[in-house]
Design a binder for this molecule. Structure first.
Ligand SMILES: Nc1ncnc2c1ncn2[C@@H]1O[C@H](COP(=O)(O)OP(=O)(O)OP(=O)(O)O)[C@@H](O)[C@H]1O
Ligand SMILES: [Mg+2]
Length: 318
């Protein structure tokens, strides 16, 4: 049986995005454009994988009317899914994009509290799904009520089964999970700075950060830098990939789209260099849309040919 890519979203959301000109706190506004979608970082990755035609399965925790909405949306988009049911309602996230300044304001709910029984049910389900997985993408914030060590436990299980794990979260579970040696991480610059505890402004600082992560046992590290692209290392080689300049609509989900591009390319056994190229192309294609992961294949192909990629020298100690 051919194995699949499994994405995990522990705290999915109904994502509402509103465009408003000259948004300011303390005033009433009428929206210019509103769009609602099934969100959460793992789901965004699944959405892009589906556009790329790569078999994948989204899992996580769904409940209440928002959970029903997310499920129906996934069905409509033909995104395969196998979520564990919870008793409380999933959250709703609001993104306000100021159409004049492009400034982003986000209101992120904490999400429902997950009970021990629900988490146990999810663990059993994810163990079953892991046995069918070639790659596991663990993305997004931990759910409320779930121990900070939970992601780390899933990573250990995936490693025992030889599943390639991509880990992309923030907050306390991140450093704890990193100690369990996921095979790939994709922090953005700010997240990477938080973990290494210092500014990453110069190339040599970024290279030192890459070494720091490799020394933890993480074999592939992508540090993404928004419009400046990404620096990606697999211990043997380091590449810097730069997308063409664009007029971005929304950066939300660019990192998720980047991950989808990378694992899709890996799934097709493409080279490291081409995987980075597709990752950056997918990340940049996502910046053209206000709905996270709502990327267009034609646009990805166009950007792919315009991504500039160059090999960087490693630090002298290897
Ligand atoms: N303004 C932009 N112009 C062009 N490409 C962009 C822009 N913003 C993001 N990208 C693309 O998306 C990739 C990932 O972006 P970024 O570093 O913003 O991820 P992120 O902060 O993890 O995003 P998120 O967590 O919201 O998914 C970049 O490497 C780049 O290819
Ligand atoms: Mg991110």
């Amino acid at each position: 049986m051919k194995k699949t890519i499994v994405t995990v979203t522990l705290n999915p959301a109904v994502d509402k995005t509103v465009l408003i000109t000259n948004f300011k706190a303390g005033r009433d506004f009428r929206e210019e454009k509103i769009s609602i979608t099934a969100g959460g970082k793992g789901i965004n990755v699944s959405r892009v994988l589906t556009v790329l035609g790569i078999p994948n399965l989204a899992t996580g925790l769904l409940g209440g009317v928002n959970g029903d909405y997310i499920k129906n949306q996934l069905d409509q988009e033909r995104i395969a899914h196998d979520f564990t049911r919870i008793s409380s309602n999933n959250r709703m996230s609001l993104t306000i994009i100021d159409s004049s300044t492009k400034a982003l304001t986000r209101i992120l709910e904490r999400g429902p509290k997950i009970s021990k029984t629900e988490l146990k049910a999810f663990t059993l389900n994810s163990e079953r799904l892991l046995s069918k997985a070639s790659c596991l993408v663990l993305s997004g914030r931990n759910a409320y009520g779930v121990a900070d060590s939970f992601y780390g436990e899933i990573i250990s299980r995936a490693n025992r089964l030889g599943v390639f794990t991509v880990f992309d979260t923030s907050g306390k579970p991140y450093p704890i999970g990193l100690k369990k040696k996921p095979l790939m991480i994709k922090p953005n610059l700010k997240e990477a700075e938080e973990i290494v505890g210092g500014k990453l402004t110069l190339f040599f600082q970024i290279k030192k950060a890459l070494d720091h992560f490799h020394n933890l046992g993480i074999s592939t590290v992508a540090i993404t830098m928004g419009s400046r692209g990404a620096i990606v290392s697999n211990q043997r080689q380091i590449f810097m990939a730069t997308p063409p300049p664009i007029n971005r609509k929304s950066p939300v989900g660019c990192g998720d789209s980047f991950i989808a591009g990378f694992v899709a390319s890996m799934n097709n056994r493409d080279s490291f260099e081409n995987s980075i190229r597709l990752a950056v192309a997918c990340g940049t294609a996502n910046a053209f849309t206000i709905n996270p992961g709502d990327v267009k294949l034609q646009l990805i192909k166009k950007i792919y040919n315009k991504v500039k990629i160059r090999k960087l020298k490693k630090l002298s100690n290897g």
